[in-house]
Design a protein. Structure first.
Lengths: 603, 338
């Protein structure tokens, strides 16, 4: 039984897989530990059948009841097959009234591949401006709405390197992961070339989005999606035949049984899975790290039957999603209060867990005219996107601190169970509630409801930077424990007043896109979706261990190495000092490829 | 019985998440124990049977008992040995055996540990036979034999769920009749068995019957209490009439009273809110009509076929071409297997 490796990587998603891919191929011994199961596409399965299915019970399961001692004890919840049982491992957040609720928000999927198995696949680069928000907001004449105390300027941080340093790694990620889209009209330089596969024909319903964006002078492009549309040589995957076969409504929150969606398992880990120097151990839960001075000496984990075991690595990478990574570091600090704790907490400067970020997000939604409805079950997750709101001119004119991408969603309201359980629900905590309470929707009225909605739903989403606030943070909950008796993550967050101003502006713009596109039936738009905005995470969980050049202001150095340690790196979304105006996965992957080069030069 | 080769990672994928935990964990012995034994599709092309994997967890590292499984899926004198599930080249606390069992069946089983019969400690499904002996139980996919409800309960549920579902129009009725009539022989036997046997177009009642034995076992008590209360209400209103013979108007009235949370004759000391039960029933009914047919509802995919027929685009093309994404025999995907 091997116990020493060049690298031990905790987590197999966007933060961990690129490093495993690069260093295993360079001959380094790599152990990857993953808490979740290994579910493979059907072409790899011994039985010929994937652990992922086109089955609506997989994305949102049957009812479970919360039994924990929290204020929403007794609540119903409906999780996917790769999210933990909330009773086993809850996320707890503090509500506005000070009470604590468990929430199903903020999990990125516990499975080999992590969130990249379930995501819609939107794979956008951040813009150069996203990485230089301190410079921008401290320019002469800068002025913002909703920031009476002039806080945003001081909260803004530049990343410790410019876009140009990340650009080659974006290109590398786009090539190795396998992404379709178009580069023209994106407000980011593609210096290293366009690596996209060709997009498929868009769903006819998205024509309205083209019309609306054109009318508003918003240059648009085909949304880059991590779905291969043709054979993909870097990962050895056969593409869909024909390409259109990749389209189903079983997209967002579904793993892909065919392996066309470019999860890190099919794109980055499968190509190295048979190397003798690479080991993947699924179903293994890391409990804590222990250290000897500045060196992480051991990684402690539980095997699939709960037997404790330890391994060591010359380098240890923590990449188990922002909330769980911060939790793991805090748990390790609690166990070793004189060794690990002062090093990771840097003698109590309060940075670990602080500046937790999600996104400012929201949008607008309506129904296309009933005479124009189409089959929405033949689709990917999004067709068109625009960087209109990323332009400096837009930021200055709108008095907002940072930009955002706007794109349409096509896979929502496409399947029969989703149409009912998502009725009136704004987040994962309110699934089924709207349908349940509307007991008049039966028989003919139910038929009319379905007729009214089928093939007509069209949504536009914005994804914007959230202002970093130190009190938004991840802690360990004082009383609630997981199934192993370990304290669970405690999420404490709110939105800054400028976030609210920015979200209102962007939601209005999304609404205008629909109106100009002729989509006005049942129109609604909003800033913050959710029964409780304090719970809403959208699975974009970022920050909490940000990197920077000043060790008093960050947890990680620019290489993503913990300031207090020599061999501890953290590479999931928690390194981000700002959350970017786009979905974060591609940036996490690109940064991990960057860190992989640094590590390759080191060991 | 011939044992199938064991997919060790496949077993650990479920065991670790749902069964492994600290012994004194405050959160219960297991999560989602209804998932055991594991009932899954058989390999590509074999659609008539399920792979059934029995899982045993040893007490600790020193528990060296030899474990086998016996049950009505095989000769009762033939025990199928369970083998240790391997992780990283070494045995774990888990032992498992996979066998093939036809779909649509119910079976009793026990483990035999060092010669002693033992109930499955994980699976909550138990049944006491006429001779007073308790067995563990499982059923395979598309099972149409009632496991949760009695005859009169089924009759009331069939009527109430028909009030909920959107299949009451003449067009819908005609479509359903034609759909079953044109279904091939095998599909029709299953579909007819599930649906018309319960006087119900898509078998939502059968879905609920199965759901309450497994996934939402915690809701069985709601049904048992409320169906008894509804039965009392109906007997009071229509003395001597069987549930099936009571008029549609009467069920409509009952539905609306339940929705309004006020039902004359409802004993609120036994169950406070008829509306709450109605919400659960309605969610289950809708889910049963449109879930994958393997769960026992949406018989022969008739629910999906109705949506395909009903909702059309500008050129009369369907807005729900479900068949292209779904595996045969329900759908027509050329590539996807499930």
């Amino acid at each position: 039984m091997q116990t020493e490796y060049d690298l031990v990587i905790i987590g197999s998603g966007a933060g961990g897989a690129p490093i495993a891919h690069e260093l295993a191929r360079k001959g380094k011994s790599v152990l990857m530990l993953e808490k979740g199961p290994l579910l493979v596409p059907q072409y790899q399965a011994p039985s010929g059948i994937s652990g992922f299915r086109r089955d609506e019970a997989f994305s949102t399961g049957t009812e479970k009841i919360l039994h924990l001692e929290v204020s929403n004890k007794g609540a119903s919840y409906y999780s996917s097959h790769v999210e933990p049982d909330l009773n086993d491992e809850p996320h707890v957040y503090r509500r506005a009234d000070g009470r604590d609720d468990a929430t199903i928000e903020g999990y990125t999927a516990q499975v080999v591949g992590g969130g990249t198995q379930l995501y819609g696949g939107v794979s956008l680069r951040f813009t150069p401006r996203d990485l230089t928000l301190a410079q921008w907001n401290n320019r002469p004449g800068a002025a913002l709405d909703g920031d009476p105390n002039d806080e945003v300027r001081r909260a803004a941080r530049d990343w410790p390197f410019p876009y140009a340093a990340l650009e080659p790694y974006y290109a590398k990620a786009e090539m190795l992961v396998g992404i379709n889209g178009t580069a023209e009209n994106q407000n980011k330089p593609f210096t290293s070339g366009d690596q996209y596969q060709k997009p498929l024909a868009y769903n006819p319903i998205s024509e309205h989005v083209k019309t609306g964006m054109s009318a508003l002078g918003m240059p648009f492009y085909r949304t880059p999606l991590a779905v291969i549309t043709a054979d993909h040589a870097p990962s050895g995957r056969k593409g869909p035949q024909p390409g259109e076969a990749a389209k189903t409504a079983y997209v967002n929150r579904y793993g892909d049984p065919m392996g066309f969606k470019s999860s890190t398992w099919v794109s980055l880990l499968s190509p190295i899975k048979d190397l003798p120097n690479f080991s993947l151990m699924p179903n293994c839960t890391v409990t804590h790290l222990s250290s000897d001075g500045s060196r992480i000496s051991q990684v402690h984990f539980l095997t699939p039957d709960g037997t404790p075991r330890t391994v060591s690595g010359r380098i240890v990478i923590v990449a188990c999603s922002a909330i769980e990574s911060v939790r793991l570091l805090r748990l390790s600090a609690d166990i070793d209060r004189t060794g690990f704790a002062p090093r990771i907490n840097q003698d109590g400067n309060g940075m670990l867990g602080a500046y937790f970020l999600t996104h400012c997000f929201g949008g607008a939604s309506a129904l296309v005219p009933s005479s124009e409805r189409y089959d929405k079950s033949e689709t990917l997750d999004s067709d068109f996107a625009s960087d209109f709101c990323h332009a400096d001119d837009f930021l200055a004119a709108q008095r907002v601190w940072a930009g955002a991408v706007i794109y349409n969603n096509t896979s929502d309201r496409a399947l029969p169970l989703a149409m009912a359980r998502n009725l009136g629900s704004r987040d994962l905590d309110t699934i089924w509630q709207g349908f349940n309470q509307n007991t008049g929707l039966i028989s003919d009225a139910l038929d009319q409801f379905l007729d009214h909605s089928f093939g007509r739903g069209l949504s536009i989403t914005f994804m914007a930077n959230q202002v970093p606030v130190k009190t938004n943070r991840i802690e360990l909950h004082p009383t609630v424990k997981d199934k192993w008796g370990r304290p669970v993550a405690y999420i404490i967050k709110d939105y800054h007043s400028h976030d609210v101003a920015l979200m209102n502006k962007l939601a209005d713009l999304c609404r205008q896109v629909l109106v100009k596109g002729g989509v006005t039936d049942d129109i609604g738009s909003g800033a913050v979706f959710g029964k409780d905005e304090l719970a809403r995470c959208a699975n974009h969980i970022l920050g909490g261990a940000r990197f920077g050049t000043d060790r008093t202001d960050s947890v990680l150095d620019p290489d993503c190495r913990a300031w207090g340690f020599d061999n501890l790196y953290v590479t999931d979304g928690c390194f981000m000092p700002t959350s970017g105006g786009a979905n974060p996965t591609l940036t996490i992957q690109a940064n991990s490829f960057r860190v992989a080069d640094i590590l390759a030069a080191r060991i | 019985m011939k044992r199938e080769p064991l997919d060790h990672t496949g077993v650990l994928n479920l065991a670790a998440k749902y069964l492994s935990r600290r012994h004194d964990a405050a959160v219960g012995d297991y999560a989602e124990p209804w998932r055991f034994p594991i009932i899954d599709s058989d390999r590509a092309g074999e659609t008539a049977q399920n792979r059934v994997t029995f899982l045993w967890r040893a007490a600790d590292q020193n528990d060296g008992r030899a474990v086998a499984v016996v049950g009505t899926f095989d000769n009762l004198w033939d025990a199928t040995p369970c083998e240790p599930v391997q992780f990283d080249g070494a045995p774990t606390l888990y032992h498992a055996a996979t066998v093939l069992v036809p779909k649509g069946q119910i079976h009793c089983y026990k483990f035999v540990a060092d010669g002693q019969p033992v109930l499955d400690a994980i699976n909550p499904q138990r049944v006491v036979l006429d001779n007073g002996i308790e067995w563990s139980r499982f059923f395979t996919e598309q099972c149409a034999i009632p496991v949760s409800f009695e005859r009169r309960e089924l009759a009331i549920l069939a009527r109430l769920t028909n009030e909920i579902l959107p299949f009451t129009s003449d067009d819908a009725q005609k479509f359903m009749d034609l759909y079953y009539f044109t279904a091939d022989q095998q599909a029709r036997e299953t579909a007819l068995h599930q649906a018309f046997r319960l006087e119900q177009p898509v078998g939502a009642v059968n879905y609920i019957d199965k759901l309450l034995a497994r996934e939402e076992r915690h809701r069985l008590v709601d049904y048992k209490i409320c169906l008894k209360l509804i039965d009392n209400v109906l007997r009071g209103r229509f003395p001597g009439l069987a549930a099936a013979d009571i008029s549609k108007d009467a069920y409509q009235t009952l539905y609306h009273q339940m929705a309004a949370d006020h039902v004359d004759g409802w004993d609120t000391s036994q169950y406070g809110s008829p509306n709450y039960f109605l919400q659960v029933l309605r969610r289950h009914t809708y889910t049963g009509a449109f879930s994958h047919p393997k769960y026992g509802g949406n018989a022969g995919a008739a629910g999906w076929a109705w949506l395909e027929h009903r909702f059309r685009g500008p050129k009369d093309e369907s807005c729900f071409n479900w068949q292209r994404a779904i595996e045969p025999p329900f759908g027509a995907s050329a590539d996807y297997i499930a």
